[in-house]
Design a protein around this ligand. Structure first.
Ligand SMILES: Nc1ncnc2c1ncn2[C@@H]1O[C@H](COP(=O)(O)OP(=O)(O)OP(=O)(O)O)[C@@H](O)[C@H]1O
Ligand SMILES: [Mg+2]
Length: 387
C-alpha cells in the first residue's frame, strides 16, 4: 500500500520539487496537492491521508491555523509543516499544537523529506492503533461491568431464593396447625358465640398467609419450566383477560400494539403469563397511587428487533414512576414501597427470574413522574429450528 500524502502548497515549483523527491525515493508514495488552506481542509475531510505536508505561509492562512482547524474536524491529524525560513518559536508552537514534525526548505530538504514522511506515517499508525485499542478496551470494560451487575443480581436472587424456600417451608407446618385448630374450634362453637367472628378472622388471615407462602415458594422454586415454541402475544392476551374487567373498574385504559406473525419464542406460556400479570398489577398500582380521577393508561407493545434477533415486549404506564433511588432495588426480593397490605415485594423478582429462565433480558426506564416502562427482550427461535 502506498503512503498517501497531501501537500498544501501554493508555490508550483515547490510542488514539482516534492513530486520529484518522492519519485526518486525508495518508498511508494501517492502525492495529492492543493494550493489553498481551505481546499486542504476539504481534502482532509474527504480522504484519510497518512501524512499531511503543509507550507507555513499560505495565501489564505498559516499552517498553525490549518492545524487547529484540522484538529477540530478530525481526531488524529498526521501534520508536518514546511517553511522556507526556520523559526524556533513557530516550531515550538506547532509542536505544542500537535504537529508531528517541522521541516525547513534548505539544502537538506531533499534528503530528509522521505524520512520525515516515513516517520510521521509510522507514528500515525501507532496513534490510530492505540486509539482503537483504547476504544475496544472501553467497550470490553462496559460489557464486563454490565455482566458483573447481572451476576450480582442473580446471585443475590439465588441466595434470597434459598432463604425464602427454607423459611416458607418452616412456616407452612405451624400455619396448617393454626388454621386447622381454628377451624376445629369454629365447628365446636355455637353459631351465636361471639368468638365465631374472631376465629373466622384467624382462618381468613391464615389463608392469606398461605397465599403469601405459595408466592414465596414459587419465587424460590428452581426450575419446572415447560418450554415450547409459542407466540409471545398469547400469554399477553391471557394476562389481559384476567385483568381486563378489574382495570376497567380502576378507570385504566389498556392499549395494545401487538405485532402479528412474530417469530416464535421458546417459552413456558404459564410462566410468562405470570410475569406479565405481575407487570400489569404493578402498573395498575402505580396509576392508582397517583390518585387521579381520570385513571390512566397502560400500553403493551410487541415488536421484532431484527438486529438482536429478539422479540421486544414493552409495558408502559403513566403511573407515579420510580425514583432513581428506588430503581436500584426494584428487582430485589421483598423490596416494596407499598403498604404491608399492598405488596410483598416479590412481583418483580419473580418477573426477573422468569425472564432469566427464558434467556431474556429486562430493563426498566422511568421518568418520574411521567410513568414507567419495562422492556423485555426474548431471543426468538429461528424458523428452521421449529419442528
Ligand atoms: N410500574 C411501576 N410503577 C411504579 N413503581 C413500580 C412499578 N413497578 C414496580 N414498581 C416499584 O417496585 C417495587 C417492587 O415491585 P414488586 O412487584 O417486586 O413488588 P410489589 O408490587 O411492591 O409487591 P408484590 O408484587 O409482591 O405484590 C414496588 O413496590 C414499586 O415501588
Ligand atoms: Mg408487584
Amino acid at each position: 500500500m502506498p503512503i498517501k500524502v497531501l501537500l498544501i502548497e501554493d508555490n508550483n515549483d515547490h510542488v514539482l520539487l516534492a513530486q520529484k523527491i518522492l519519485q526518486r525515493a525508495d518508498g511508494d508514495y501517492v502525492l495529492d496537492s492543493v494550493k489553498r488552506a481551505k481546499k486542504g481542509l476539504d481534502k482532509m475531510s474527504q480522504t484519510n491521508y497518512d501524512v499531511i505536508l503543509c507550507d507555513y505561509r499560505l495565501p489564505d492562512a498559516n499552517a498553525l491555523e490549518v492545524l487547529k482547524e484540522a484538529k477540530r474536524q478530525i481526531s488524529d491529524v498526521p501534520f508536518v509543516v514546511i517553511t522556507s525560513a526556520g523559526s524556533e518559536k513557530i516550531a515550538v508552537e506547532l509542536m505544542k499544537q500537535g504537529a508531528y514534525d517541522y521541516l525547513v526548505k534548505d539544502s537538506s530538504y531533499e534528503s530528509i523529506l522521505p524520512a520525515v514522511i516515513d516517520r510521521s506515517f509510522r507514528r500515525h499508525k501507532d496513534v490510530i492503533g492505540r486509539r482503537k485499542a483504547e476504544e475496544s478496551l472501553k467497550v470490553a470494560y462496559e460489557k464486563l461491568k454490565e455482566t458483573q451487575e447481572e451476576l450480582i443480581q442473580s446471585s443475590k436472587m439465588a441466595a434470597m431464593g434459598q432463604l425464602a424456600a427454607g423459611i416458607s417451608h418452616e412456616l407452612n407446618q405451624p400455619l396448617t396447625g393454626i388454621k386447622g385448630f381454628a377451624q376445629a374450634a369454629l365447628m365446636d362453637l355455637d353459631k351465636d358465640n361471639p368468638l365465631q367472628a374472631d376465629l373466622s378472622k384467624i382462618v381468613e388471615q391464615a389463608d392469606r398467609m398461605d397465599t403469601i407462602i405459595k408466592n414465596v415458594q414459587f419465587f424460590a422454586k428452581k426450575s419446572e419450566f415447560k418450554m415450547r415454541p409459542i407466540d409471545i402475544n398469547k400469554p399477553i392476551q391471557d394476562a389481559f383477560m384476567f385483568l381486563e374487567a378489574q382495570l376497567k373498574v380502576h378507570n385504566i385504559k389498556l392499549v395494545k400494539f401487538l405485532a402479528k406473525n412474530l417469530p416464535k419464542v421458546q417459552a413456558d406460556p404459564n410462566q410468562l403469563q405470570q410475569a406479565f400479570l405481575n407487570l400489569l398489577t404493578n402498573a395498575r398500582d402505580a396509576i392508582d397511587s397517583t390518585k387521579r380521577h381520570q385513571g390512566g393508561q397502560i400500553s403493551v407493545q410487541t415488536l421484532l428487533d431484527n438486529d438482536n434477533k429478539s422479540i421486544e415486549v414493552i409495558f408502559k404506564d403513566d403511573g407515579c414512576g420510580i425514583s432513581k433511588k428506588t430503581l436500584e432495588h426494584i428487582f430485589n426480593p421483598f423490596f416494596t414501597t407499598k403498604s404491608p397490605d399492598g405488596g410483598m415485594g416479590l412481583g418483580l423478582s419473580i418477573v426477573y427470574r422468569i425472564v432469566n429462565n427464558h434467556k431474556g433480558k429486562i430493563t426498566v426506564g422511568s421518568k418520574e413522574p411521567e410513568g414507567t416502562s419495562f422492556k423485555i427482550n426474548f431471543p426468538f427461535v429461528e424458523e428452521e429450528h421449529i419442528h
